[in-house]
Design a protein around this ligand. Structure first.
Ligand code: AGP
Length: 616
């Protein structure tokens, strides 16, 4: 949840570390700090609030030196004050630590260290790390770190430097993400890839329980017992420019507009109209394995969970597998009954969400087969899976997930079609239609984006409302949930997603002239089932209208009944039922975005949130 960045090399470390922190600020922005070593002297600057406060502090009280580390915080233990801002020091101020995650046993450790004479100055769990390393320090920083690690429990990552063993940064991964970048004479440590992309695309993803010693001479890697390991670097194809705003006011807006290209990249080379097949050769399952699955369980959190619910509809209907969906954060508290031949699918943009990765480990221990759908090459989820399907969305920086979501939906569609081919549940003609619809999809997405001005206008009439409802049926229901989540997290407006048919069972009581109700009412004109669902949604719209609710609807262009029943209407050019969610969610993302802009909210870094949730 926090961002860590470390640099060692010939250049001035301060601007490099500040630049790294800037690109990691989406991970946490409660407070920030930097520690620099110069000629065995350690200097620290810290402050509460966003990184710009630290920039201002550094302008007034500059520091320079040979190497160092920085941190941008999402508070878990201790309020977001200057004292609690990282990096944290030991008693003598010779060792500093920047940390992400939680030291679960920090209280007993702290009590013991206080008994032994250590002086604590903060409310954080992190300070324990600095004092533990101090306790074990005997000239070698990595040896002290290895000894300290034997006493620490939890899921975390940290970097540490010492003025008494200079010219190295020690980096530790115990569950939370940490990567190392290396080029001739320089070393980088960071919580995420975009931070090091301006310098190198050769990345070492630290594995669980690994300790890296980063110096100008290169990287030395150890397991937690101190045994050397050979670092295996991976080449990252993301372009550094992709992680910049590129003329857009916010990363989120840029990422919304990138969706047609992202979807094209996701499906590129993964199906063929010539052979009428999906081919997922990059996924390490044989056709026999794919065929053996009769059931599927999909686990995820947040927006990825909404993709999972949509995936259930796709796989159930198209491939006729029995599918259950779980919140990864809840799964470990259940005692599930898993039928044989079950495929587990985990979905996580970051690949590092603690709840998801924990559930994944639990499933792996049962021996079930795991497919993970993720956006981040080499991330934790990929190490706990039998097979990986990358979404290829490119870096997603905005805290609110957009292009990661739609590319997850596209991946699930491919999985559903692939399974359906192998299980023989679709005719050749149906498969051809399903694949042709996929080819046409990016263009239909572009049309929605070209008409985005209309949604911006609409937000003028809507942004002041205190509550919203999002209603839909079938596969569109998870999109209603996603629309509500986007509005909540970006604009801090209370919003709920609900199955439209459930309204009469209670929530109808909420409807009055102050309540905007957003309906997802698009349908596939070639599918009688889809049309029937639409008719029912239209009835629900009339029910809300007759109770004075404000109707916002997303539906097929030129659908006169719907247009006449709506106060605000967003048209789209329809496609099949299983791809409609990818179109429908775009106006909801834009609506949330424009309402949030009008309310003066922080678009890319909404309050109390972080992009990568690496704590439970
Ligand atoms: C979405 O806008 C959120 N920021 C959040 O719900 C996110 O989808 C969730 O935390 C899961 O993240 P993941 O996909 O990286 O696992």
């Amino acid at each position: 949840m926090c961002g860590i960045f470390g640099y060692i090399g010939p250049r001035d470390p301060v601007p490099i570390i500040m630049g790294g922190l800037k690109s990691l600020e989406y991970r946490g922005y409660d407070s920030a700090g930097i520690a620099i070593i110069q000629d065995q002297n350690l200097q620290v600057r810290r402050c509460s609030g966003k990184l710009k406060n630290l920039e201002e502090l550094l302008a007034k009280q500059p520091i320079t030196g040979q190497f160092g580390l920085g941190h941008t915080r999402w508070a878990t233990h201790g309020r977001p004050t200057e004292e609690n801002a990282h990096p944290h020091r030991d008693c003598k101020g010779r060792i500093v630590v920047a940390h992400n995650g939680i030291i679960e046993n920090y209280l007993p450790l702290k009590r013991k260290l206080i008994e032994e004479g250590h002086k604590f100055t903060t409310e954080t769990d992190t300070e324990v790390i600095a004092h533990l390393i101090e306790k074990h320090f005997d000239g070698s920083l990595e040896q002290a770190v290895l000894k300290a690690l034997t006493q620490m429990k939890g899921l975390f990552a940290f970097t540490v430097v010492s003025a008494d063993d200079p010219q190295k940064i020690v980096a530790v991964r115990e569950g939370a993400p940490l990567i190392v970048g290396s080029v001739e004479g320089e070393g980088f440590v960071a919580s995420d890839i975009p931070a090091v992309l301006p310098y190198t695309r050769s990345i070492l993803f630290l594995d669980e329980h690994e300790v890296a010693v980063v110096s100008r001479d290169g990287i030395r890697l150890f397991d937690s017992s101190g045994k050397p390991r050979t670092p295996k670097f991976q080449h990252i194809t993301w372009d550094p420019i992709m992680a910049e705003k590129g003329g857009y006011k916010h990363f989120m807006l840029k990422e919304i507009y990138e969706q047609p290209t992202a979807i094209s990249n996701t499906v590129l080379g993964r199906f063929s109209l010539d052979t009428n097949t999906v081919h997922l050769e990059d996924v390490a399952f044989s056709n026999d394995e794919w065929k053996s699955f009769r059931n599927a369980r999909i686990l995820a959190c947040g927006t990825s969970w909404h993709a999972a619910v949509a995936g259930k509809y796709m796989i159930e209907s198209l491939a006729r597998l029995s599918v259950e969906v779980d919140y990864a954060s809840e799964y470990r508290y259940r005692n599930p009954v898993i039928p044989p031949d079950t495929l587990f699918i985990f979905i996580t943009q970051s690949g590092e969400t603690a709840d998801t990765v924990f559930a994944q480990r639990q499933v792996r221990d049962t021996g079930s087969k795991i497919l993970t759908i993720t956006n981040v090459v080499g991330s934790m989820t990929t190490r706990v899976a039998d097979a990986v399907l990358y979404t290829r969305a490119g870096p997603e920086i905005g805290v609110a997930s957009t292009k990661a979501f739609t590319t997850q939906l596209a991946c699930l569609y491919l999985v559903a079609l692939h399974l359906s081919k192998l299980h023989g549940t679709l005719s050749e003609a149906e498969m051809r239609k399903a694949l042709t619809d996929l080819v046409e999809l990016p263009h239909k997405m572009e049309i929605i984006l070209e008409n985005a001005k209309h949604i911006e206008e609409m937000s003028k009439a809507l942004f002041r409302h205190r509550d919203f409802l999002f209603l839909a049926r079938g596969i569109h229901f998870p999109i209603a949930l996603e629309g509500a989540l986007k509005l909540k997290e970006l604009s801090y407006i209370h919003a709920e997603g609900y199955p439209a048919g459930e309204m009469k069972h209670g929530p109808n009581a909420l409807i009055d002239e102050n309540l905007p109700v957003v309906f997802l009412a698009a349908y596939d004109p070639e599918s009688p089932d889809s049309h029937q669902r639409y008719e029912k949604v239209l009835n629900n719209i009339r029910e809300v209208k007759s109770r004075d609710g404000i109707i916002v609807s997303v539906g097929n262009e030129n659908e006169n009944d719907l247009i006449e029943s709506s106060d605000h209407f967003i048209p789209l050019s329809p496609t099949n039922e299983y791809l409609l969610p990818i179109l429908e969610v775009i106006p909801l993302q834009l609506l949330a975005y424009h309402c949030a802009v009008r309310r003066g909210c922080d678009i890319d870094q909404p309050r109390n949130l972080a992009k990568s949730v690496t704590v439970e």
